[in-house]
Design a binder for this molecule. Structure first.
Ligand code: UD1
Ligand code: CA
Length: 501
């Protein structure tokens, strides 16, 4: 059994370089805030307790942390007096500060941090029996970092912060990533002894290393090879860089799991998305939130799916979807807009220029063209004609339309909800369905068509249209095309025509 582990996540600092009303640690990449990424990584340690130190804009940060990790203890640091002070606030927030075991300190703004790195680091800290362990790194440009100072024998003596470093110390490229592991009893004792007599006038947590050495205790440093894991995003440019890198890692991981990604550079996959083997993703696709795609489905090109579930073998082309569930073997798009509550059954179809919302479309049912389907239920095997509007909103309330199974409705229909179209029913083209249609019935609501013979020749004489009409009617009529006439045979004025439509 391993000893008890307490994790402290520091997130009280400002983040002015973000130039944002949103606190730095709440900025998002890959579908999670930066601090959520850290809390997820920390979760791999299965810690007994997690304490998050909040300060700057804590009215926003604290609720976010509580939502992401309800069991996390929140410690408040009103003034950001340094990392040492922040850790003291964390320990004081605990009803019983840990007197044994390990305390791990991490920052809330390192979104690429991985659980495995923390697990390995904590294990080596324990194995070394160290009072303090530093997750260290070797970097080309160590500017801004605390430098790891070793003696001739290579034993770590101290961490010296940028502003306090001598020229010789500034040349050191071995740095403190910021992640430290402590023996709890040592930390509890050392934290009260850290002062702020330094260039920044801050309580440096890193002074604990010097205190450990003075007491003759072991300090260990473990290098992280993947320096980006401990890199923080301080401005939007760094946020985008880390976002792109995290996405590259996520996309690579899915390709290794058997997903075909035609263009990794234009494919964006959030951290919580789940893909099955043999999914194919075409260029220009964003899979966001809790989206799940089953095997053999093909998504893209140019598709955004947020919190969607795509069934096995489904095909989703040039679509924008949110909170939609698409059945196995179904087809969607091109140019479909799936709004929340869309459920498409197996082998169903939501076609081109179709918008759906709160609509359940049964197995094999099809809405192929140019339609709005809102607050609706469409039974299995039904076909909705092109250009159909489910008129769900009366200006005050929303109502439902129910279409039974194996119904075939005509083009350019309007279903004025609430209305029910029975199983196996049909509707004529242009029908406005205001009353329920019984099973098996044909509903028509348009008035009979009246043809006004010769109308074009009489009212549009001299036009190419009239010429075509005359040619179709034969030589006798063709002679008359040049003549203007007020009223053709059997014609009223065109007010009559307008009244027809
Ligand atoms: C710190 C380390 C440095 C390390 C570097 C890695 C110290 C004294 N220095 O320096 O050795 O190389 O991180 O990035 O620890 N925070 C609080 N409250 C505070 C101060 C900071 O919560 O009072 C939080 C910040 O929000 C941030 C983190 O602690 O997430 C680090 O603080 P920052 O001021 O950026 O420390 P650095 O000067 O970068
Ligand atoms: Ca920093």
């Amino acid at each position: 059994m391993t000893d008890q582990l307490t994790v402290i996540v520091l997130a009280a600092g400002g983040g002015t370089r973000m130039k944002s009303k949103t606190p730095k640690v709440l900025h998002r990449i890959a579908g999670r805030s930066m601090i959520e990424h850290v809390l997820v990584a920390v979760g791999a340690l299965e810690p007994a307790r997690v304490v998050t130190v909040v300060g700057h804009q804590r009215e926003l940060v604290a609720p976010h942390v509580s939502e992401a990790r309800p069991e996390a203890v929140l410690a408040v640091q009103d003034e950001q007096l340094g990392t040492g002070h922040a850790v003291r606030m964390a320990l004081e927030a605990l009803p019983d500060a840990p007197r044994e075991g390990t305390v791990l300190v991490a920052y809330g703004d390192t979104p690429l941090l991985e659980g495995t790195t923390l697990v390995e680091f904590t294990a080596s800290h324990r194995a070394a029996g160290a009072a303090v362990s530093i997750l260290s790194g070797i970097v080309d440009d160590p500017f801004g970092y605390g430098r790891i100072v070793r003696d001739e024998a290579g034993v770590v003596q101290a961490i010296v912060e940028e502003k306090d470093a001598s020229d010789a110390e500034r040349a050191i490229t071995e740095i403190n990533s910021g992640i430290l592991a402590f023996d709890a009893a040592f930390l509890l004792d050392a934290i009260g002894r850290i002062g702020n007599a330094n260039a920044k006038g801050e309580y440096y947590l890193t002074d604990a290393i010097g205190l450990a050495r003075e007491a003759g205790l072991t300090v260990a440093a473990h290098a992280v090879d993947d320096a980006l894991q401990t890199e923080g995003a301080n401005d939007r440019a760094q946020l985008a860089d880390l976002g792109r890198e995290l996405n590259r890692r996520i996309v690579t991981r899915w390709m290794r799991e058997g997903v075909t990604v035609m263009d990794p550079a234009t494919t964006w996959i959030d951290a919580d998305v789940v893909l099955a083997p043999d999914v194919t993703i075409l260029p220009g696709v964003q899979l966001l939130g809790a989206t799940v795609v089953a095997e053999d489905a093909v998504v893209g090109p140019d598709t955004t799916l947020e919190d969607c579930e795509i069934g096995a073998g489904a095909r989703v082309v040039r679509t924008h979807g949110q909170l939609a569930v698409i059945g196995a073997g179904a087809t969607v798009g091109p140019f479909a807009y799936l709004r929340p509550g869309t459920l498409l059954g197996a082998k169903g179809k939501i076609g081109t220029f179709v918008e759906t919302k709160n609509a359940s479309i049964g197995d094999g049912a099809k809405v192929p063209h140019l339609s709005y389907v809102g607050d609706a239920e469409i039974g299995a095997g039904s076909n909705i004609g092109a250009g159909t509007i489910f008129a769900n909103y009366d200006g005050v309330n929303k109502h439902r339309t129910v279409v039974g199974r194996q119904a075939k409705t005509g083009s350019n229909n309007t279903f004025v909800a609430p209305v029910v179209i029975g199983d196996g029913a049909s509707t004529g083209g242009g029908t406005v369905v205001r009353r329920d249609v019984p099973a098996g019935a044909l509903a028509v609501s348009t008035s009979p068509q009246r043809n006004l013979e010769g109308w074009v020749l009489s009212r549009r004489a001299g036009t190419a249209q009239a010429e075509a009409a005359a040619a179709a009617a034969g030589p006798a009529v063709a002679d008359a095309t040049g003549e203007q006439s007020e009223n053709g045979p059997g014609l009223g004025d065109d007010r009559a025509e307008r009244a027809e439509s």
